[in-house]
Design a protein around this ligand. Structure first.
Ligand code: IPM
Ligand code: MG
Length: 357
């Protein structure tokens, strides 16, 4: 039996999680999935109800669960709050609190969606890469940081910092993932300018010696951004720091047609993971039954595979989603001319229907 903390969060988070819960309910009732759910608050919704974007009750619940399923956080109404109270802070603190240092962001092009990509089909067809992003250090968390007065004017500053051990552990994760894939790691940095990246590169070279079966290459981040849109199929595993991973993963996601299709996992040393779609809370379409729930349902599949040792259920969900796409059903973000456009709820129902086959 597994115990999951469900955190819908803000904006479309509520709707997409609701569809994912339909899938869990169906598998619990009909296929002995044996998943117990605990419900909690995070983000702006948590702030409105408790005054904090990450209430202590959510942290306590996380420690008592096997994994977290998260929707998304953020929204216009909370943008003017003090930084520490903003929804994003809830997400970042949760990552840090659970030490979820390895963020896995696969970018896979579903053949049915080749037309939905803004890139030519021949550039993206068959695309299957994964970004391994360091998630609990780097410039996101480095000290000192702040905005203060210097020389009579405002001065803003952040620090890009990495301990060698932090680079080592994300390096090991990347190489181990590559061993199960095409055995190629591309480490992305800006070592031509930044000392922290010089260290990053040295440590990656050192770690690589433990994995003689995996090829290590290096790329500067500006070039990597260009290569991702020019020839994305050259990549197998990309390993990179927190900020570069944030930027490159949105870019990689778009290669696949829609950010609405991509799940992610953030895991710690013990295999505990937080699973969430790559996309954000999309307040502009929230509550309108327009959001694509598939990235969240695929995040559940990733959880079953990576944290709960139930790969058979993960496969079952993936097959069902492929089935729905094969039938031509699409939410608006992934639709082209000849598709049947459906809403968030209908897409959830279709996946449950397909699970019955
Ligand atoms: C992501 C998001 C977050 C990040 C935001 C919401 C804090 O963009 O998960 O990529 O920057 O890490
Ligand atoms: Mg991002």
């Amino acid at each position: 039996m597994s115990k999951i903390l469900v955190l819908p969060g803000d904006g479309i988070g509520q709707e997409i999680i609701a569809q994912t819960l339909k899938v869990i309910d169906y598998l619990n009732a009909n296929h002995a999935l044996n998943m117990t759910l605990v419900h909690g608050l995070v983000g702006g919704t948590a702030y409105d109800k408790t005054g904090s974007p990450l209430p202590q009750s959510t942290i306590d619940a996380a420690h008592q669960c096997d994994s977290i399923l998260l929707g998304a956080v953020g929204g216009y109404q909370w943008e003017t709050l003090k930084r520490d109270l903003r929804p994003e802070r809830g997400l970042l603190s949760l990552r840090s609190e659970m030490d979820l240092f390895a963020n896995l962001r696969p970018a896979i092009l579903y053949p049915q969606l080749a037309k939905a990509s803004t890139l030519k089909a021949e550039i993206v067809s068959g695309l299957d890469l994964i970004i391994v992003r360091e998630l609990v250090s780097g410039i996101y968390f480095g000290q000192p940081r702040g905005i203060e007065m210097r020389n009579g004017q405002r001065y803003g500053f952040n620090s890009a910092t990495y301990f060698e051990s932090e680079i080592e552990r994300i390096g090991h994760s990347a190489f181990q993932i590559a061993q199960k894939r095409n055995k190629r790691v591309c480490s992305v940095d800006k070592a031509n300018v930044l000392e922290v990246c010089e260290l990053w590169r040295e440590v990656m070279v050192k770690i690589a010696k433990n994995y003689p079966d995996v090829e290590l290459t290096h790329m500067y981040v500006d070039n990597a951004a260009m290569q991702l849109v020019k020839a994305p199929k050259q990549f197998d595993v990309i390993v990179t720091s927190n900020l570069f991973g944030d930027v490159l993963s949105d870019c990689a996601a778009m290669l696949t047609g829609s950010i609405g299709m991509l799940p992610s996992a953030s895991v710690n040393q013990d295999g505990f993971g937080m699973y969430e779609p790559i996309h954000g809370s999309a307040p502009d379409i929230a509550g309108q039954n327009l959001a694509n729930p598939l990235a969240t349902i695929l995040s559940l599949a990733m959880m079953l595979k990576y944290s709960l040792n139930q790969a058979d259920f993960a496969e079952k969900i993936t097959v069902a989603i492929n089935d729905v796409l094969d039938q031509g059903y699409r939410t608006q973000d992934i639709a082209s001319d000849d598709n049947k456009i459906v809403g968030t709820k209908e897409m959830g129902d279709l996946v449950v229907e397909a699970l019955k086959n």
